[in-house]
Design a protein around this ligand. Structure first.
Ligand code: ADP
Ligand code: MG
Length: 475
């Protein structure tokens, strides 16, 4: 068999996958497309410049080993940096706004702050009476990197955030988009970046703003006929942090104005930091051109913290509050509150309040009472049998059919989903999952998990299956 770019890359991938964490694999290797193989030279397409830099910095050794295995000592790798949905066909960093759309006042080459000194601007953040225009950053100093506990769940976002803070506008993480579920630290980390920039570069203009507030200001500016002032104001920021951009969904006017502000800032080497509760691919009702901008830099996910991280977060918080609590109680909380850091903190606050009001000691029974209020229904253990039952019910099959050898597509899919959930929600090994779900081997289970992962990303209907079943299994 002759080698092709995709066969060679496929082999490299399976080697790489065995050697790094699944999340890293997903983030850094799945988006790569093999494009060409000539002799020992493999060309791969990567979605952005930062991506290429990150690979070079973190994975070059691994890539080399994988390639040499496939292509011999002379193996070479060429990166083709290509952004999907780029506004124009060539390098998006030099993208020009078509003149028809260009905002007449945002004239390139004029440094806006100087112009501002001469003008009187009405905007909510300028402190009146100060000669030099000064903008309040709206940052909360308590949300800093020191108080943001590092763990596997947030390492990428945290280190990208630090990189940006040390060199705002000077990395390829522009924009830096941090996304993840409620209470996982998006707001905290976005403040932390701003706080650190202010610390390091006091002269930089940093502004933190929620999307709602941004939207409201924009609406007010339209009403008050100060739209241009609004745009000008934002175009002179060095580091713009917009929290919860999912709230821009459906608001076309605000999206439009943000698009222009974004382009101006980006072209001028200013840093943009965004947070969202979803990855760009999942954002609804956000214009394509804006989504494609979001993808230019780095999207880093904040995941739910693992047990060790939860313990550290609790310990750190107790330490800061000067409260002592027995280890077994901290461990109990960390074991039971899993999905959300805000809830972890909520439990601690209730505990401290209860204990001090009622002059109670921290006891395990007090802890249990409080934790129970947070996790409403104490979750039952999910077993592989239970998963098979739920999945079968969902597809109106019986469990025997699910386990049978049939290759009918919908039954295969149901079986693969059962395997996928067993992997996700139990501690069973691939082999043990396989043996319990129709006596298959571990490779079949692995393949099932990958298939489900892929389909979830590409197929809406399939994703709905996954979501529905997840709900059934967790409530
Ligand atoms: P989000 O914006 O994602 O909903 P927040 O940033 O508001 O979440 O975080 C919720 C709470 O959890 C905040 O009080 C924050 O300080 C805390 N928190 C989240 N992640 C961490 C962490 N890794 N270390 C310490 N505190 C954290
Ligand atoms: Mg938030």
């Amino acid at each position: 068999m002759t080698n092709t770019a995709s066969s060679v890359w496929g082999e490299c991938l399976s080697f790489i996958e065995d050697n790094i964490k699944p999340q890293a694999y997903k983030t850094w290797f799945e988006p790569i497309k093999p494009v060409k193989l000539s002799g020992e030279v493999l060309t791969i397409q990567v979605p952005s410049k930062f991506f290429y830099e990150w690979l070079e910095e973190h994975y070059i050794k691994l890539l080399r080993v994988a390639l040499v295995k496939q292509l011999g000592d002379d193996a070479k790798l060429i990166y083709d940096v290509r952004m999907e949905n780029a506004y124009s066909s060539n390098n998006p960093h030099t993208v020009k706004i078509p003149s028809a759309n260009r905002n007449p006042l945002s004239h390139q080459g004029v440094t806006v702050p100087i112009e501002l000194n001469k003008r009187e601007l009405k905007n909510p953040f300028i402190i009146p009476g100060i000669q030099k225009v000064k903008i309040e950053s709206q940052l909360n100093p308590n949300y800093n990197f020191d108080s943001f506990i590092e763990g596997d769940s947030n390492r990428l976002a945290r280190s990208a955030g630090m990189a940006v803070a040390n060199k705002p506008g000077g990395t390829s993480f522009n924009p830096l988009l941090i996304y993840g579920g409620v209470g996982l630290g998006k707001t905290h980390i976005s403040h932390a970046i701003g706080v650190q920039i202010k610390d390091k570069y006091p002269d930089k203009t940093v502004l933190y703003i929620s999307s709602e507030k941004f939207t409201q200001q924009y609406i007010d500016s339209v009403k008050g006929n100060t739209r241009n002032d609004f745009i000008h104001f934002y175009q002179m920021i060095d580091v713009l942090i917009i929290d919860d951009v999912q709230f821009l969904s459906g608001k076309t006017g605000t999206q439009d104005v943000f698009f222009h502000i974004f382009n101006h800032l980006h072209q001028n080497g200013k840093q943009v930091i965004l947070t969202s509760d979803k990855a760009p691919v999942d954002m609804q009702d956000i214009e394509q051109r804006l989504l494609s901008r979001f993808k230019w830099g780095l999207s880093a996910e904040l995941q739910a913290p693992d047990y060790e991280t939860r313990v550290s977060i609790l310990e750190n918080k107790l330490y800061r509050d000067g409260v002592e609590m027995p280890d077994e109680i901290v461990e109990y909380i960390a074991k039971h509150i899993k999905s959300n850091v805000r809830e972890l903190e909520g439990v601690l606050i209730s505990m401290i309040a209860q204990a001090s009001f009622n002059r109670k000691e921290f006891t395990l029974s007090l802890t249990k009472q409080i934790v129970d209020k947070f996790v409403k229904n104490t979750k039952r253990e999910v077993s592989i049998d239970y998963i098979q039952k739920i999945v079968s019910n969902y597809f109106e099959l019986d469990v025997n059919t699910l386990q049978s050898k049939t290759r009918k597509r919908h039954i295969v899919q149901a079986r693969q989903l059962a395997m996928y959930f067993a992997k996700r929600m139990t501690k069973a090994s691939l082999a043990s999952i396989g043996s319990q779900i129709g006596n298959r081997d571990h490779a079949t289970v692995l393949h099932a998990c990958k298939t489900v992962d892929n389909l979830t990303e590409t197929d809406k209907q399939f994703r709905k299956y996954v979501d529905d079943i997840t709900k059934k299994l967790t409530f």
